[in-house]
Design a binder for this molecule. Sequence first.
Ligand code: R5P
Length: 295
Amino acid sequence: MAPTAAEAKAAAALSTDLVESAKKKAAYAAVADHFTSTMRFVGIGSGSTIVYGVEAIKAHLASNPPPAGHINWFVPTGWNSRKVIEAAGLTPIAFDSLPADAQLEVAFDGADEVDAELNCIKGGGACLFQEKLVACRSKKFICIADYRKNQSRLLTNWPTIPIEIAPIAYASVIRELVALGSEKPILREHTLSKTGPVQTDQSFYIIDAPFKTLLTADDVKAGKDGSGKDGVWEVEALARAIKAINGVLEVGLFCGLNGIQAQKAGLLGGQKPVAVYFGTAEGEVQKAECSELAK
Ligand SMILES: O=C[C@H](O)[C@H](O)[C@H](O)COP(=O)(O)O
């Protein structure tokens, strides 16, 4: 028998509660493991999950105040992120105001989907360019997500790759994406009161491009062809191909080992998180660590 409207509403509310509680638990665990009040520069991502991360940082600072005279600076990844930092009473510093030699100790952010190798899709909320800048300038990038985001391969549950592009180039970028095997890339438009394309913090546009489920590096090592033949791509190969299109500012695939290698050498971090904290539907937190760091 189909559920009544009241039953359906109650089930939806329960599911929302589970998701929010999973985000919060993951955020508090991530902050407990990776934030200290002696840190100088900390990156703060965008979206609904990072709000709990900022809440956890605020709570941590309340019970572990920084040494006298020490300022914890929080680097936002856009307008929304800055508002969250300010609303929590924390001190923001713009990315382009950072001292030239400053490195962020850690950056926390959410994700739309994460695969078995911790490659991520980001940009569901139209923030990805500044998030990548901040992640790559951090010694470690830590991701926080709920159980819906935890998939073995990208483009399993999340349908498209967000790509930030120069407005003038949108039609030609769409044509190039189709040539790469994306069936129906679309320019993201407002769905509520305002009409027209969604604009990013850089006043650029977002194209959402669907592709077949992406292969991991391990799939390719196991002999699968991820070169784009028949529209089948390995994550990094596709990220490189999209980034090479004229008019693309950044692609919402956070992947690759470059930064990880640099991080192992104690230099800059990378696009790929070193750890992802997933809040589970059972109320636990599952921590996935980047296996390359252990090698
Ligand atoms: O554009 C938005 C960002 O990449 C977010 O970090 C991502 O969409 C995850 O957002 P949420 O935490 O709301 O699921």
